[in-house]
Design a protein around this ligand. Structure first.
Ligand code: ADP
Ligand code: MG
Length: 249
């Protein structure tokens, strides 16, 4: 027969056991909740461009310029200059000629031009639009960065891609055509950061981007050290990337 003391001890053991079970369940619940929390990733981009190497002086200037197609000018009397590290936003309603002006700066043969144009050689201009055409569809992130920075070791390329949130083996070796719009935007910017141009032109890049990617693009562009020309209808985006000057009609 068990004594009163034995029974008390047994009860204590049972209640101890159920407490432990309850604690263990609570722990599982909390771990489950933690997994649900989506922690936004922060990009800390590094541009392969030191302050001394940022192009100085006037990067481009257009004086009394005009642009158009065929034999018709669509925008006359363009007077615009961009200086070292300056951030210029091109403004104007849809169809006003912003993309045409960019094509003019890139010497696109479709565009007719008049006036005085002093623009950097096309090879020194980085251009990015919402189609990310600088990315070859069949190449991987690894291949794309190694092409623009052939002097980098595999480890250096991985480190650079890591800054732009390409971290897993699958992410760096996947073909561009299988990447999401947000991943393509990040990869295009990683490509530009690995080999920064004299003048960076962005034509409506945030159209169709989700909020998180838009945030990443902002984090990257805020750090960009060179001259930039941006077309966007998103006023918050323009404010966030610290535009210095607005030009349009
Ligand atoms: N290849 C082209 N040939 C003829 N006209 C064009 C061509 N591309 C655009 N346009 C016309 O030029 C005008 C300006 O277009 P665009 O530069 O794309 O404006 P935005 O970029 O400001 O929206 C529009 O009226 C457009 O229809
Ligand atoms: Mg346009």
């Amino acid at each position: 027969m068990k004594s009163v003391g034995d029974l008390k001890a047994m009860r204590a053991e049972v209640s101890q056991g159920s407490k432990l079970k309850a604690i263990s369940k609570k722990k599982q619940d909390l771990l489950g909740q933690l997994e649900q929390i989506h922690l936004p990733k922060v990009i800390v981009p590094k541009f392969n461009l030191s302050a001394q190497k940022v192009a100085q002086g006037t990067i481009m200037s257009i004086c009394g310029g005009a642009i158009g197609y065929g034999d018709t000018f669509i925008w006359n009397n363009i007077n615009l200059s961009v200086h070292s590290s300056e951030r210029v936003a091109l403004t104007g309603r849809n169809g006003s000629g912003k993309t045409t002006l960019i094509r003019g700066i890139l010497n696109d043969p479709k565009v007719i031009k008049a006036g005085h144009w002093n623009t950097p050689p096309v090879k020194d201009i980085g251009i990015l639009d919402q189609h990310y055409e600088t990315l070859s569809p069949d190449k991987s992130a690894l291949e794309i960065i190694s092409e623009v920075a052939p002097e980098w070791s595999h480890a250096e390329i991985r480190c650079h891609l890591n800054d732009f949130l390409f971290r897993k083996n699958e992410e760096i070796s996947e073909a561009v055509k299988n990447l999401s719009g947000g991943e393509r935007a990040r990869l295009s910017l990683a490509q530009i950061a690995a080999h920064p141009p004299k003048l960076l032109i962005l034509d409506e890049i945030t159209n169709n981007l989700d909020l998180e990617t838009c945030d990443h693009v902002i984090q990257i562009l805020r750090e960009y050290p060179g001259a930039m020309m941006v077309v966007s209808h998103d006023e918050t985006f323009l404010r966030e990337i610290k535009i210095d000057k607005y030009y349009g009609r």
